[in-house]
Design a protein around this ligand. Sequence first.
Ligand code: ZN
Length: 236
Amino acid sequence: MNKTIHHIRQLFGDMLYTMFPDLCIACIRQPKISGGFFCVECLHNMPYTDHFNIRQNIVTNHFKGRITLHHGAALLTFRDLGIVRNMLHGLKYKGKKETGIILGEIAGRKLIESPLFETPDIMIPVPIHPKKKLIRGYNQSGVFGHGVSVASGVKMSENHLIKYTETASQTGLSRTERVKNVSDTFAVTRTDDIMGRHILVVDDVVTTGATIEACCLKLMEAGAGKLSVLTIAAGG
Ligand SMILES: [Zn+2]
């Protein structure tokens, strides 16, 4: 029953997105404040993390003992049925590119103000398969990265790391095998630009972290000097 109510709410929310473009991009209920993107309530309740100022956080802890990160941060704390979920859903499934760019710009400003992030040389979004990109019209991580790039001045490339084949079944694989399995679907196209550089990997959300880890692995194999991670959201 609860699930049905949730689906109805979701559907209603999706309709509102389309019908009322002036509604807050997070709750899709209240009007945006003048010149802004959120309503007053969401503006005050936005679950920003302290990751830009704290060395040990959910993101860095997530990759501890697996990938050596220069630093890692998520802009927001992910809560399953909350406003963060609305925004991620809108960006990934409802064509709300604007949401990704806005969140990217906020994250980009925090990145350059952070005492823990050295400015990366290049930013690389977690790639998606070209077929998926064709259907969606964009890579949601690339859209977020574009916003980060606009605000921080860090150049983004969607051509240095590509996903050239679909991921084979992950059933029955250990975590390490899963990461390797995903990593085998990625290819670095221009190693010269990666070698010895500080690469910022951007994605929409850290869930298991296996995909981001697989990207980092591939970039390390290509000679990346330093790796950092930035996402819109992380659990916890
Ligand atoms: Zn709102």
